[in-house]
Design a protein around this ligand. Sequence first.
Ligand code: AMP
Length: 358
Amino acid sequence: MSRPLPQGATIGILGSGQLGRMMALAAAPMGYRTHIYAPEAGPAGRVASAQTLGEWDDEAALRAFAAAVDVVTLEFENVPVATLDVLTRAGVPVRPGARVLATCQDRVAEKTFLRDLGVPTAPFEAVHDADQLAAAAARLGRCIVKTARAGYDGRGQAKLESPADAAMAWASIGRPQAAIVEGFVPFSAECSVLIARGADGETRAFEVVHNVHRDHILHTTTAPMSDPAVDTVAAEAIATEIAQALDLVGLLAVELFRVEGPTDLRVNELAPRPHNSGHWTIEGAATSQFAQAIRAAAGLPLGDPRRIVSRAEMTNLLGDAIDVTPSLWGTPDVYVHRYDKGAARPGRKMGHITRLWR
Ligand code: AMP
């Protein structure tokens, strides 16, 4: 394995959202500088040492960025693979690399990869038009269609009760070039595992946490997992297997459904970056997910992921909820995070609160 980056080195981060912001904040105490690359100014660029505003296909800007940083990582998995290829050709290590991104930014590629690995998922089919969707819905029964690319927080998704819903569902997701249809999973709980893998292949997992979504957007994450029926050992084993098979260097979030029955876990989604369900680790774990992502990118030994409180609960602040009352700022063991994102549109992730029980 190559030597860890020395202090004063610069970590390039693709994307300028709140995840990049919290990565940049975590890099500073380790003696690292950060340089954000993104098409538009955002909350990460406001705290990083440097930022480049450039399009994902601006080769000259990407080459200049590559020359200014020692390693590149990302906070956003929908960066075009061609962008990573330009950076790699410019001679800078990219962690995680293009192959991981190609798998995780396309829902069909991701689910196919999982199926080939023998990891349980919802039954699924790839579809390209409303007729194919209707035919798949006839086979799958109640189902959900999702655009193959670029959907998040429930955007680009529609539920079908029967094949008769296909035309409307297809129109509502914008008639994409490709989509995935998944059989509806009657889950009793949603959970996630965040796992880091270093350049030497070592893995460290944060414990399995319990997620509650509202309107398709994460609302609350609780650690430890409050549903005793979830097989947390199996969930961690699945995450480890996926991280190894992807040959990941970095952090991976694995979202799972728990269903009743003997093989009770189904993987829903992967994200090769820090994840909203890991924000509790900032105050609740010995190493935060953001510090862990920086360690993996920098080639440092991975940190201790253990929870250091008896319980942590993270709640997202969406839209106007960011205007928290002054009393919350004054409540012991409550930590308010604001992302400095500008306009508080409904449903937009503007910040989060973590409450600890020590
Ligand atoms: P996703 O964008 O794939 O993470 O989906 C957002 C949310 O929609 C999930 O957290 C679930 O609550 C719900 N959902 C997605 N896919 C399915 C499925 N196949 N069966 C049941 N619920 C789903």
